[in-house]
Design a protein around this ligand. Structure first.
Ligand SMILES: Cc1cc2nc3c(=O)[nH]c(=O)nc-3n(C[C@H](O)[C@H](O)[C@H](O)COP(=O)(O)OP(=O)(O)OC[C@H]3O[C@@H](n4cnc5c(N)ncnc54)[C@H](O)[C@@H]3O)c2cc1C
Length: 303
């Protein structure tokens, strides 16, 4: 392991990034010192994205989903190295925003599913545009070829092989982002026998993210899902695929009771703060389950 390079004062944008570049440096320095003391050589494959310095990625493709949702694909400017970009399921990257007057960063969840492994991009993000949102608005102005700055990966969720009988995921909107990657990893690991159940809450039919991918995952013996739409979709009934599990109402506590939750299950919840609070309450107080991870996206989940 090489000693980490200390960031300069101006590398910190003073906007309360989580984690701050100096915290990352401290952690890496402690790890380096520990390895040195014990004469250990920490073999880490070099990652094409760094936790300490921003790297340039250009936009290689944009997929417009709705007026307020888009997928952006990123590819590294490979001037110096040709290394792979890697991260764990549930991790996030930080995007740097700088308009000349102010600088800050925001977290986004990188995704690259196995089926697009060979496609010509490093990672994609799904972005939701907020009416007063500084960085999400900026992401909607970007075009193919534009450069952006990223650092990461950060996160603390571990996919533990066969530790739980079932992993039950409850997602709202773009909260599906970390889960789609976790599902993809587990289903593509033949030794992982964990059953996966996804409850996905969306507004309308055209806001169902990764709709085709979820439908394809349905053919795996250990995956089942249910999509709950809060808006009416009667007029679009012909647009539903064969036995696509879409339910025209909001998800309720009794839907979760039906799957008979128990303490060998792990629950993952990701959505707006209100959504997380509501389901945290339902899971703890009404269903009395224990293994709840609702901090998969670390401190704040504002998606
Ligand atoms: C670990 C992590 C991973 C994330 N991954 C993703 C991702 O994959 N895709 C994604 O789109 N976002 C993701 N987010 C959220 C993202 O980091 C930003 O918070 C989001 O894009 C809004 O930033 P902004 O600068 O546009 O809004 P800000 O300028 O920070 O907010 C301005 C105003 O916008 C409104 N607003 C902002 N966020 C919300 C919200 N969630 N609900 C309601 N109103 C809001 C509020 O009125 C707020 O006052 C993630 C966040 C975390 C912590």
């Amino acid at each position: 392991m090489k000693p980490p390079i200390e960031p300069n004062k101006e590398d910190c944008c003073n906007s309360g990034c989580n984690p701050c570049i100096f915290e990352v440096f401290e952690k890496q320095l402690q790890l380096y010192k520990k390895c040195k003391e014990n004469d250990e050589i920490l073999m880490t494959e070099e990652n094409g994205i760094s936790q300490l310095e921003y790297s340039s990625f250009f936009i290689s493709d944009i997929v417009e989903l709705t007026e307020n949702l888009r997928i952006l694909k990123f590819k590294k400017l490979r001037t110096d190295s040709n290394t792979k970009i890697f991260w764990n399921a549930g991790d996030h990257f930080l995007l740097k925003y700088n308009d000349g007057n102010m600088s800050c960063s925001r977290a986004y969840t990188p995704i690259k599913l196995k089926k697009s492994y060979l496609d010509d991009f490093d990672f994609l993000i799904v972005v939701k545009k907020y009416s007063e949102g500084l960085v999400s608005q900026y992401l909607f102005t970007l075009e193919k070829g534009n450069e952006t700055l990223w650092r990461g990966p950060y996160g603390h969720y571990n996919v533990l092989e066969n530790k739980f009988k079932r992993i039950i995921m409850i997602a709202q909107g773009t909260g599906i982002a970390p889960f789609i990657y976790i599902i993809d990893q587990i289903l593509n690991d033949e030794d992982n026998m964990t059953k996966l159940v996804l409850f996905f809450c969306c507004k309308s039919l055209n806001e169902i993210l990764f709709r085709n991918e979820l439908y394809e995952f349905k053919s795996y013996w250990n995956f089942q899902y249910h999509i709950y739409l809060s808006d009416r979709w009667n007029d679009n009934k012909n647009k539903v695929m064969y036995s696509e599990p879409i339910i025209e109402r909001k998800l309720r506590a009794d839907d979760l009771v039906e799957i008979k939750p128990c303490n060998s299950d792990q629950f993952l919840v990701c959505g707006s703060q209100q959504f997380m609070r509501d389901f945290d309450h339902i899971l703890k107080k009404e269903l009395c389950v224990e293994n709840i991870v609702n901090k998969i996206l670390e401190k704040i989940v504002t998606i």
